[in-house]
Design a binder for this molecule. Structure first.
Ligand SMILES: Nc1ncnc2c1ncn2[C@@H]1O[C@H](COP(=O)(O)OP(=O)(O)OP(=O)(O)O)[C@@H](O)[C@H]1O
Length: 694
């Protein structure tokens, strides 16, 4: 182990060679400032490997490219009582690509889910640099899903910038984060499409291959040490697939990344880019070892490849052929485990590294740390290097790892503070929701409707004959904006939920920060259109005081925000859009029916339903404001109000009593605010405790 101090960490490349062995350098920034500035000192810890030149971008303390040595052994996983993986082993080192291959349904994705900590093991062990997999390691790994999940309206660059601001730590300056975005764009050769929107099936944006690269770029931003990629080449043409794999290979080698990738039917070029191969057959290991040796290994059991045949196609055909052949292959793979060339780390199935208390005790007695099995093995030079690497990174990874390590013991911190998350997510929410919520069509609809309502109820007199029309405008306005906000929230949630779940799974931010930022980011957008509508239609109706104008607007907006909260809650509860639409239709229709305008003589046993109607409270308050201010409502000659026998005008109380029981202004306002708080809180609780992505 050698250390060197470099005065200038802006230099992004460090390469050195000593004789035939080159040096991989892990750059650790000793923080003497809040951000990665020119004056900061760098400690470069150099560890011998037989790798080649290494290139590092300017990185940050928390995100130093800690190399990861991934070993898993005896992995068995069941889903719903069915065993998917049986006793699967594997090992991959920094700078290497491990390809997981096998026929469809053999358990490739399940294995990646397991390695990423998203699925529980029945038995087996997963170690990263000798530490059992735990939540803290999630920060050091990325999982690129098969599906490309993004906000379609954002450009590639905006997507990457928001991801960088959210997932890179606060002690990294903004310009550094942007520099890092540039670096990743260059690495993945995405310069030409960085200002193109991601797009979806409605609006064209990035091509399929560019989306795949964008997906990988988002994950690379966190500078993960371990990359898990689920079929990144599927759906790409052979050139795009090869080019992507080449980029990944270059990146893995240059930056010391450990890569595990599932592949369906790779070309022979892609196949040979992978260093290690784990071939699965019905969840069992059919081969694990060097990719270059698989054909020989199959040859040794009588399965010979024809000349010029793609080895990937050949081995897949063999594991899909007769059950006899499959059994032969699986038996040979089991036999291979006993050979000397099988990785030493995978030999011992029953002993743990750090979980095993006995080992732990022994380790304290051993000067070289907790890995007795290696001590006695005949290690080749690579094994020595790896062991040294393990011992070293182990000391950086966890100083407390000498005791039993469990999920709960692992120290986990968010990459950014709550306030950073709140700020960035609010901006992103605003940015992402603006084209959707303030679309041209929505503007046309709002202005058109405002004019229509204004013309329909134009300059109404304040007479009993017009009372029903004034109430009609109020009821229509509250109901329309209730429906608009409610269904808007409902339809925005399902597509967004996918992105949020993906980001939450990778531990990018707190749910609370997301939830509050959604309210903050979307609030101005939610309020804009109803405010425009009100500004157009109410003056046409008969503007009589600025106070009434503003107060009516306030209640219309409060009603809109409350309706949006109920929409979020139902959207959060229902994974199925059809179910949420049905529930929402029932609720909003009931809200209208019991609002107090369409039906005034509600059967006694159903009157309690009106208290569940948010429109009821907003409508009541609007009437209180409208009819208690300005000119009184004059009685008709044949008035239905008893009070008109004694007076020439109708007081507000008489108007409200005609609709049944009513509450004072403050009580209606309080109930509306309670609706707001209760439904927002319930939405959070559902997302937090019932829809928590694993
Ligand atoms: N949640 C689940 N419930 C029930 N069965 C499941 C579940 N997840 C996976 N399986 C089953 O486990 C097996 C392995 O699935 P997995 O997705 O890991 O396969 P795969 O090798 O990745 O397939 P493909 O190459 O088609 O993506 C399949 O038979 C699948 O039906």
């Amino acid at each position: 182990m050698r250390h060197a101090i470099f005065p200038d960490h802006e230099s992004s490349t460090y390469a050195s060679k000593t004789g035939s062995t080159s040096i991989i350098c892990f750059i650790f920034l000793i923080e003497d400032t809040n951000s990665c500035k020119m004056s900061s000192n760098l400690v470069v810890s150099c560890i011998m490997t037989n790798d080649t030149t290494v290139h590092f971008p300017c990185l940050i303390t928390d995100h130093r490219p800690l190399p990861v040595h991934l070993a898993f052994r005896g992995i068995s996983v069941s889903v719903e009582g069915r065993q998917i993986l049986h006793d699967v082993d594997g090992l991959v080192r920094p700078g290497q690509i491990l390809a997981v291959m096998g026929p469809s349904g053999c358990g490739k994705t399940t294995l990646l889910n397991t390695l990423s900590g998203r699925m529980k093991l029945d038995s087996g062990q997963i170690f990263l640099n000798r530490e059992p997999l735990c939540k803290r390691w999630k920060r050091k790994m990325c999982y690129v899903l098969q599906q490309d999940i993004f906000f379609p309206e954002l450009t590639l660059r905006q997507t990457l910038e928001y991801t960088a601001r959210l997932r890179l730590p606060d002690n990294m300056g903004h310009s550094q984060k942007m520099q890092y975005v540039d670096h990743i764009i260059n690495v993945l050769e995405l310069q030409h499409c960085q200002d193109t929107i991601i797009g979806d099936y409605l609006k064209r944006g990035l091509s399929g291959g560019e989306k795949k690269r964008a997906n990988i770029a988002c994950e690379l931003l966190t500078n993960p040490s371990l990359m898990l990629l689920d079929e990144p080449t599927s759906g790409l043409d052979s050139y795009a697939a090869y080019s992507l794999m080449q980029t990944l290979k270059k990146y893995a080698v240059n930056e010391g990344k450990t890569v595990v990738i599932t592949l369906h039917q790779p070309s022979s070029q892609i196949f040979h880019l992978c260093d290690k191969l784990l071939l699965l057959c019905n969840g069992q290991t059919a081969y694990f070892g060097d990719t270059s040796k698989v054909v020989d290994s199959f040859g040794s059991i009588g399965l010979h490849i024809m000349p010029h045949y793609n080895p990937a196609d050949f081995i897949l055909e063999q594991v899909k052929s007769s059950s006899d052949t499959r059994q032969r292959i699986i038996t040979a793979a089991k036999e291979h485990r006993k050979h000397n060339d099988y990785p030493t780390e995978l030999h011992c199935h029953s002993c743990g590294y750090l979980n095993d208390k006995l080992n732990d005790h022994t380790n304290k007695l051993l000067p070289n740390g907790p890995y007795p099995a290696l001590e006695h093995d005949n290690l080749n030079s690579m094994e020595h290097d790896v062991r040294r690497l393990w011992l070293d990174t182990h000391s950086h990874a966890s100083s407390s790892a000498s005791s039993e390590t469990s999920e709960s013991d692992c120290y986990f911190t968010w990459p950014t503070s709550f306030w950073t998350q709140l700020k960035v997510l609010s901006q992103r929410n605003f940015h992402e929701a603006r084209p959707r919520m303030l679309s041209k069509l929505n503007w046309v609809q709002t202005i058109g409707l405002g004019l229509m309502a204004g013309l329909l109820w134009f300059q109404l007199d304040r007479r009993e004959e017009c009372l029903h029309d004034i109430q009609g405008w109020m009821f229509f306005s509250t109901t329309y904006w209730m429906l608009f906000a409610h269904f808007g929230a409902l339809s925005s949630f399902p597509p967004e939920r996918e992105v949020i779940n993906k980001e939450r799974r990778s531990g990018a931010y707190r749910l609370s920060a997301y939830y509050i930022s959604k309210m903050i980011g979307e609030l101005p957008l939610t309020l804009t259109l109803p405010a425009i509508y009100h500004c157009i239609s109410y003056p046409m109706l008969g503007f009589h005081s600025p106070f009434v104008f503003i107060t009516l607007l306030a209640f219309l907006l409060l009603n809109t925000v409350v309706a949006q909260s109920v929409g979020f809650f139902i959207g959060a509860c229902c994974m199925d859009m059809q179910v949420s639409i049905t529930l929402s239709a029932l609720y909003t229709l009931a809200t209208q029916l019991f609002g107090g305008y369409l039906a005034t003589n509600i059967p006694i046993w159903l009157t309690w339903m009106r208290y569940l109607s948010m429109v009821h409270y907003a409508y009541q308050n609007m009437q209180i404001i409208e009819f208690s201010e300005g000119q009184p409502i004059l009685c008709a000659q044949q008035s239905k109000f008893v009070i008109c026998n004694e007076s020439d005008h109708i007081p507000v109380t008489a108007i409200l009593e005609a609709q049944g029981a009513h509450l004072p202004l403050w009580a209606n306002t309080l109930v509306l605010l309670m609706f707001l708080v209760v439904f927002r809180t319930l939405g959070y609780v559902v997302l937090r405790y019932f829809k928590n992505p694993k």
